[in-house]
Design a protein around this ligand. Sequence first.
Ligand code: FAD
Length: 426
Amino acid sequence: MEQCDCLIVGSGPAGLGAAFHLTEHDPGINIIILDKEKVTSGGLRNDCKMNFTFPTGFPLEYWDRAGAEELFPEMFNHLHPEIMTTKNLSIYQRRAERLGVRLMEIRQAHYGTDGGIILIRELVEKLKSRGVNFSLQEEMVDIKKGSPVVITDTREITFRKLIIALGRRGFAFLQEIMDKLEIHYIDNIVDIGLRIETREENYPIVRDYYDPKFHFPDKVRTFCTNSRAAYVVKEKYSGRHGRDYFSVNGHAFSEKRKRSGLVNFAMLKTVGFTRPLASGQEFAEMLGQQAMLMGGGKPLMQRVGDFRLGKRSNGESFTGDLYNFEPSLKSCTPGDISLAVPGKIMRAIWKAMKMLDTITPGLLHPATIMYYPEIKLYANKPQFKDEYFQVRDNIYLIGDGAGTSRGITGAWASGIRAASGILKSL
Ligand SMILES: Cc1cc2nc3c(=O)[nH]c(=O)nc-3n(C[C@H](O)[C@H](O)[C@H](O)COP(=O)(O)OP(=O)(O)OC[C@H]3O[C@@H](n4cnc5c(N)ncnc54)[C@H](O)[C@@H]3O)c2cc1C
């Protein structure tokens, strides 16, 4: 049986943040990092925009401004972000305020999907040179209750400290682990919405501000804007009982790549449930599965022009001079998203889109595409024993999967925090 001081499951930013902090302060520590994928670093591969303004990416239940900001210098040391400039913000902010909308000013850096891969290589090499042992394509499948042993698909590993940082795709598995270890958690909040894609000239604010974050009434917000070499993707999520579904998402390459002329971003509504609904995640999964059913196993897409007229999109909606760009995600089914999105969510998002079109005119061009569903699961809220995200003696749950972050920087910071707890107790 393999043994280590600290086993980190998941090589996303949360796992890496922990590994860097541990090796910096305890050079002799013996760390194994597992990842079920054959490449490392989870979500750092996704567009890699980094937000350095509190509270973006830092859930307020676990972070305050001082606690987050004191970790930024350490992150700058490893991630070397080049903060992008913004222009004309006050003009957009004034227009937004008149409608009761807030435009957040965020310090942001953007590596792009290709730049992120280069960064990951550097980070992994550094950790290897500090003696960290990476084991890729190895999946944690279980944990022994009552003894410090993780079971993977190939072996058993004994740990002194265990950090589990599985990200959003590990959400369902993390719940199984929490059930097994009898860790109490709630899971009642989800973000559900659309991904919007349009030509850059219909959303020109991105030339002034790479990822403008608007907060609308009814808990609707823009999220993860991509432009320049941008495209929409679909990601498969495994739900309970083997019921898989797709969620759409967005990426962009760095400045070096050819521009697509398109912009994409999410319009998300946060939905919080109270008793008797037991699981927000299960609710979101069911919406994802319903969209799969309607789309014949694919996400749905609809042109704004069709949506406004109350008719479904079809093959013809994706040709012709008015509908003047092709969807970057072709493997979607043209249809009627208003049949699939719950009414209250659709009304709030459509209202927000109209407000956005007033702030940055052009968004509601008939050609604009709405993809559905985009689902964000980061609402697992385990009951932590301490501020270091410890749930049971020597077991720490961090990152997006455990609800301690909502983005790369928050995830990295969660890793630092868990690592400092571990260093104290070691
Ligand atoms: C398409 C897309 C674009 C995004 N763009 C941005 C962005 O621009 N800026 C931003 O701040 N955030 C962005 N995000 C969110 C960001 O990726 C996450 O907030 C961040 O990666 C969370 O870090 P994490 O370490 O918690 O989890 P992850 O980065 O998801 O890492 C978790 C890792 O755990 C591994 N894993 C899961 N289960 C197991 C298991 N059982 N055994 C072993 N390994 C396992 C996974 O393979 C994965 O590598 C984006 C997300 C997506 C999907």
